[in-house]
Write a protein that binds this ligand. Structure first.
Ligand code: ZN
Length: 270
């Protein structure tokens, strides 16, 4: 099953999420294929800019909750963890596939642009936030409603950095979405364009950036990312990931299952 399309046009690597029938929900295969595409773009010397986009009406509905637990347990065994211990396995699995991959993509030394339309929910944020620039269609909506699962936020805590403290709290406390214009005003989105011009606008920007010197681009990216890191972003992301695991542990203690508290409520709201 191929969940990710990859092609290179005009020195731009186009990585396309291609699971539209499931609103680009992410399972382990999806994430592995996506990571392989990022690697390919990173290693191809002809690629100057990486453009991440999505087929279908929605960018990504987040993690594929129907497979989440199965994936965690299966992967934990291949990693050599103690089988069937629940939280420890899930913790390590999520460190590798969720936080680990998002951090890795964030630091690939080439400019990246995400083109986002429709819903971008919870784990969907973990695909676009690692990109350097975000172009949003006018119908894009961003949300992290995992509080309905008894957890304080998705695994990659970009919220406070992306929106500022008060808006981050509002988004997390209510589970409501933020529309493209609001996200742009808050600085999370670079620009908002009509839906039918989304990919063209992202490509135009990518072509402009692709004209610049690759090493200068890499250094510019490093300067900004290093500044965030000196401000504590990496340490905060890890700390918030561990808080997220506390949420899983708490939900597990209450329900006896890895991820179920409030799950139906979350699905209903999506
Ligand atoms: Zn989790």
């Amino acid at each position: 099953m191929s969940y990710i399309d990859y092609e290179v046009q005009d020195a731009i690597a186009l990585i396309t999420l291609n699971r539209p029938d499931r609103r680009n929900a992410q399972n382990q295969d999806f994430l592995e294929q996506l990571d392989a595409a990022w690697d390919k773009a990173a290693q191809d010397g002809t690629v100057r800019v990486i453009l991440l986009k999505a087929n279908g009406p929605h960018f990504s509905a987040g993690h594929d909750l129907t497979q989440d637990e199965t994936n965690a347990r299966t992967m934990a065994q291949t990693l050599g963890d103690i089988p069937n211990t629940g939280m420890l396995n899930l913790h390590n699995w999520e460190q590798r596939y969720y936080l680990g991959l998002s951090r890795k993509w964030r630091d690939i030394p080439k400019p990246s642009i995400a083109a986002v339309q429709g819903a971008c929910i919870a784990g969907g944020l973990m695909l676009c936030w690692p990109c350097d620039l975000i172009i949003a269609a006018d119908n894009a909506k961003f949300s992290d409603p995992v509080i309905r699962m008894g957890i304080g936020g998705v695994e990659y805590h970009g919220h406070t950095w992306e929106f500022g403290a008060r808006k981050a709290k509002e988004l997390l406390f209510t589970g409501r979405s933020i529309d493209a214009e609001t996200a742009c005003a808050l600085g999370m989105v670079n620009r908002v364009v009509p839906l039918d011009g989304l990919v063209d606008a992202a490509m135009e920007l990518a072509r402009e950036i692709a004209q610049m010197h690759p090493h200068a681009l890499a250094m510019a990216k490093r300067a900004v990312n290093q500044t965030l890191d000196i401000q504590g972003q990496q340490a905060a992301l890890q700390a918030c990931f561990d808080i997220h695991q506390l949420g899983h542990a708490s939900a597990y203690a209450q329900s006896g299952q890895v991820i179920l508290t409030g799950l139906q409520g979350m699905k209903d709201k999506q």
